[in-house]
Design a protein around this ligand. Sequence first.
Ligand SMILES: *[C@@H]1O[C@H](CO)[C@@H](O)[C@H](O)[C@H]1NC(C)=O
Ligand SMILES: *[C@@H]1O[C@H](CO)[C@@H](O)[C@H](O)[C@H]1NC(C)=O
Ligand SMILES: *[C@@H]1O[C@H](CO)[C@@H](O)[C@H](O)[C@H]1NC(C)=O
Ligand SMILES: *[C@@H]1O[C@H](CO)[C@@H](O)[C@H](O)[C@H]1NC(C)=O
Ligand SMILES: *[C@@H]1O[C@H](CO)[C@@H](O)[C@H](O)[C@H]1NC(C)=O
Ligand SMILES: *[C@@H]1O[C@H](CO)[C@@H](O)[C@H](O)[C@H]1NC(C)=O
Ligand SMILES: *[C@@H]1O[C@H](CO)[C@@H](O)[C@H](O)[C@H]1NC(C)=O
Ligand SMILES: *[C@@H]1O[C@H](CO)[C@@H](O)[C@H](O)[C@H]1NC(C)=O
Ligand SMILES: *[C@@H]1O[C@H](CO)[C@@H](O)[C@H](O)[C@H]1NC(C)=O
Ligand SMILES: *[C@@H]1O[C@H](CO)[C@@H](O)[C@H](O)[C@H]1NC(C)=O
Length: 454
Amino acid sequence: MRSPLLFSAAICISKILAYSPSSYYFDPLKHLAGVAPPFDPIDPPLDPSPPQGCNVTRAAYLVRHAAIVANDFDYESYIEPFVEKLENTTVDWAKVPVLSFLATWQNPITDEEQEMLTRSGKLEATKLGVDIAQRYQGLRTPKKIWTSTAERTVKSAKSFTQGLADDTDDMSVVEISEGEEEGADSLTPYKGCPAYSSKAGSNESSEFLDVYTKPVIGHFNSAAPAFNFTAKDVYAMSLLCGYETVIRGSSPFCNLEVLSPNEWLGFEYTNDIQYHYNTGYGNPTSGAIGFPWVNATLNSLMATQNNMSNATADQDLYISFTHRELPPTVLVALGLFNNSAFSGSNNVNYTMPVNAINHGRVWKSSNILQFLTNVAIEKMECESFGYDDGSYYRVLVNDSPQSLDGCSSGPGESCGEERMREWVAQRGGIVGEFGGVCGVEYGNSTNVLGIYES
Ligand SMILES: *[C@@H]1O[C@H](CO)[C@@H](O)[C@H](O)[C@H]1NC(C)=O
Ligand SMILES: *[C@@H]1O[C@H](CO)[C@@H](O)[C@H](O)[C@H]1NC(C)=O
Ligand SMILES: *[C@@H]1O[C@H](CO)[C@@H](O)[C@H](O)[C@H]1NC(C)=O
Ligand SMILES: *[C@@H]1O[C@H](CO)[C@@H](O)[C@H](O)[C@H]1NC(C)=O
Ligand SMILES: *[C@@H]1O[C@H](CO)[C@@H](O)[C@H](O)[C@H]1NC(C)=O
Ligand SMILES: *[C@@H]1O[C@H](CO)[C@@H](O)[C@H](O)[C@H]1NC(C)=O
Ligand SMILES: *[C@@H]1O[C@H](CO)[C@@H](O)[C@H](O)[C@H]1NC(C)=O
Ligand SMILES: *[C@@H]1O[C@H](CO)[C@@H](O)[C@H](O)[C@H]1NC(C)=O
Ligand SMILES: *[C@@H]1O[C@H](CO)[C@@H](O)[C@H](O)[C@H]1NC(C)=O
Ligand SMILES: *[C@@H]1O[C@H](CO)[C@@H](O)[C@H](O)[C@H]1NC(C)=O
C-alpha cells in the first residue's frame, strides 16, 4: 500500500512540474489591444477550413487598416509627454537595472510620419491579399474593393490589392466619405452618430489603469526616484512596445523584465474596459452602428444575379477597409464575444469590473481590434452528411469561425439561409435602428449602407 506521506509528496511534485516556469509562455505582442501586430488568436478553436461537403461561393471581409506609426491620440496623450520627460530627466539610466536601455533609446516616432502605415503594415496588408486569394482560389477576383478615405485605410486597401490581384489595374479601390452627413452609409458610421462619443470608456478604463500600474510605479520609482513615473508613463511604455515593434521590428519595452506578464494583462484589460464602453456591449449605440454593415453585406451575399440590383457590384468577394471602431460594433451586432451570453442575465457592465480583471471574459480587444483585424462572412453551398442541401453562412473573426447564438445548426456550426434571414431581422430588433439609437439630427440621414452600389 502506498504510504500517505509518499502519496502527498507525489502530488506535490506533480504540482511543481505542472506549474514549472518552463511550461509557461507569455507573448506580450498578443496582449497589446489596438496596437497588437496581426495574429490569429484561434478563439474559439473551431476548424477554419470549410465544413465537410461545403464549398465557399462568396465571401465578405471588413478589415481594420494595417499597422501605423502612431495614433494621434495615443501619441499626444501618452507617448509624447513620456518622451519629453525622458529628454528633460537627470536620471542616469545606465545605472538603473532593467531600464538601462533608456540611456541610449531613441524615439522611433516622428511627427510627420504619425498616422502613416509602417512598412511592416504594408507588407501585412499585401500578405492578407495573398492569403485571401489562396483561400478562395475558385472565386472571381473582385472588380472593386471599398475603403474609408483616411490615408492609412486607402494605403492598406492598395497594399492589399497587390497581394489579391494578378494585375492591380483590373481592380478599383472605391473611397467612401468619412463625413458625418453620410449617416449609416459609410465605413465610419460612428462619425454620423451623435450619441456615440469617442471619449466613451476613458473614465472607466482610467480607474483600472490606476489599479494595475500602482505596483509598477512603486517598482520603477524605487529604482529611479527622480523620474517620478506616473500611470500615464507606464501606459506609454506599453504603447511603445507595440508601435516600436511595428516600426523597427522589436522593442526593448516588450522585455518581460520591464513589465511582467501580469502587468501586460493589466494593460490589456484597461483597453478591454475602454472598448467595452466605447464600441462594445457597454455602449448602447454599438450594435446599431455595426448592424448596417451586417445587413448590407448579407443582402449582397444572398442576392442571386437575377435579383441583384444592376447597380450592386456583381462580385464573389466584397472587401472593405476601415478604422478600429467599426469591427467591434459589427461583432456586437452579430452578438459575438458577449460576456453575458449563456449567463441567463444581461448585466453587461457587471462583467467588466473596473477594480479587478475578469479573466473569464470573452471580450478581449487584442483578439478583436488588433492591426488588420478582420470580420468575414462566408456563403457556402453544402451537401453535407446529416444536413439539408443548400446555402449556409458562417462568420470568421481573424480566421476563427464563430458560432452565432441561435443561428448555428448547419455544418461546422454555420447557419442555413432561411434561418439567417430571420436571425438578422431579430438582431436588427435587439440592437435597434441607427437613426433612432444615434439620435441623428439632420434630415437626409440613412439607416442603410449602400456602398456596394457605388
Ligand atoms: C522639459 O523642460 C522644459 C524646459 O525646462 C519645460 O518647459 C518642459 O515643460 C519640460 N517638459 C516636461 C515634459 O517635463
Ligand atoms: C446628405 O446631404 C449631404 C449634403 O448634400 C450629402 O453630402 C450626403 O451624402 C447626404 N447623405 C446621404 C445619406 O445621402
Ligand atoms: C468622465 O468623468 C467626468 C467627471 O465625472 C465627467 O464630467 C465626464 O463627462 C466623463 N466623461 C465621459 C466620457 O463619460
Ligand atoms: C510627480 O507627478 C505627479 C503627477 O504628474 C505630480 O502630481 C507630482 O507633483 C510629481 N512629483 C514630483 C516630486 O515631481
Ligand atoms: C453600462 O455603462 C454605460 C456607461 O456608464 C451606460 O451608458 C450603460 O447604460 C450601462 N449599461 C447598463 C445595462 O447598465
Ligand atoms: C436591411 O437592408 C434592406 C435592403 O437594403 C433594407 O430594406 C432594410 O431596411 C434593412 N434593414 C434594417 C433593419 O436596416
Ligand atoms: C432574391 O431571390 C431569391 C430567390 O428567388 C429570394 O429568396 C430573395 O428574397 C431575393 N432577394 C432579394 C434581395 O430580393
Ligand atoms: C438589369 O438590367 C437588365 C437589362 O439592362 C434588365 O433586364 C434587368 O431587369 C435589370 N435588373 C434589375 C434587378 O434591375
Ligand atoms: C448579450 O447576451 C445577453 C444574455 O444572453 C443578451 O440578453 C443580450 O441581448 C446580448 N447582447 C446583445 C447586444 O446581443
Ligand atoms: C464543391 O466543389 C466540388 C469541386 O468543384 C464539386 O465536385 C462539388 O459538387 C461541390 N459541392 C457543392 C455542394 O457544391
